[in-house]
Ligand binder design. Structure first.
Ligand code: FPP
Length: 238
């Protein structure tokens, strides 16, 4: 499953890449506060870093990358901040729609609950998924209105509605969003927790933390995480 040995021109520096990389984009608010800017400015800077890092994942040949962009709990934030985030998602998708080179050769996919998201944004999400479906590069999952517990509960509910009375791990796995097991999770900003991200898929994830705030996160930080990952001895409980 998880480990993929890969050597291509772009990633000659990495012998082993995570097949699926998860990134918790944290620290936008603190980045903005340090500069006496509104939190939305931190998210905007963070959105630009997302663009850079997702492109680098594609260049390196990482197969799947999931960015935690908006959790089911984030609705509790002030409306102004929620609106600013939704607008950033729209801007990115409008950009990708008007100029497909912005998405590169990546497939864009979404995980999370659709309920609660505006129809306008849902339409753009659907279009982006359709337009980028033929792409053959990295699959970029954007977790929007996503919660790991909610994902598991909804898988169990769908099994109940299929009439199951006994379930297996495989039953749950196949009823989650179609995101593979996660090999490495990067969390910047000094926080060392999972925050309801990919709970099921992270069962054997490696973790990599950094004090760098997400808007300051550079390609070099990604490379450091990937080179640390190469040196991990993964035993998967064996
Ligand atoms: C957590 O940091 C970050 C979020 C809740 C939002 C992450 C979203 C983005 C970076 C925008 C992504 C844009 C696109 C187009 C995918 P925080 O704001 O809670 O930081 P803090 O802990 O310092 O307050």
């Amino acid at each position: 499953m998880a480990l993929l040995s890969k050597k291509n021109e772009a990633s000659a520096e990495f012998e082993i890449l995570p097949e699926h990389l998860g990134i918790i984009m944290d620290g936008n608010g603190r980045w903005a506060k340090k500069r006496a800017l509104p939190r939305s400015a931190g998210h905007k800077a963070g959105a630009n870093v997302f663009r850079t890092i997702s492109k680098e994942c594609e260049r390196l040949g990482i197969k799947y990358v999931t960015f935690y962009a908006f959790s089911t709990e984030n609705w509790k934030r002030p409306k102004e901040e929620v609106d600013a985030l939704m607008n950033l998602f729209m801007d990115y998708l409008l950009e990708a729609k008007s100029d497909m080179t912005k998405a590169g050769n990546s497939k864009i996919k979404f995980i999370g609950e659709r309920e609660g998201i505006s129809q306008e944004l849902l339409d753009l999400m659907d279009e982006a998924e359709e337009e980028t479906a033929p792409h053959t590069g990295t699959t970029v999952y954007l977790a929007i209105n996503y919660g790991g517990r909610q994902e598991i509960v909804s898988a169990v509910n769908s099994l109940i509605s299929q009439g199951k009375t006994q379930i297996t791990e495989d039953d749950i796995s196949t009823n989650l969003y179609t995101v593979p097991e996660c090999d490495l999770i990067i969390r910047p900003s000094g926080e060392e927790r999972l925050s309801n991200f990919l709970l099921w898929q992270a069962a054997y994830s490696e973790f990599w933390y950094s004090d760098v705030l997400w808007p300051d996160f550079k390609v070099e930080n990604l490379h450091k995480a990937l080179s640390d990952f190469e040196s991990r001895n993964r035993r998967f409980g064996g």
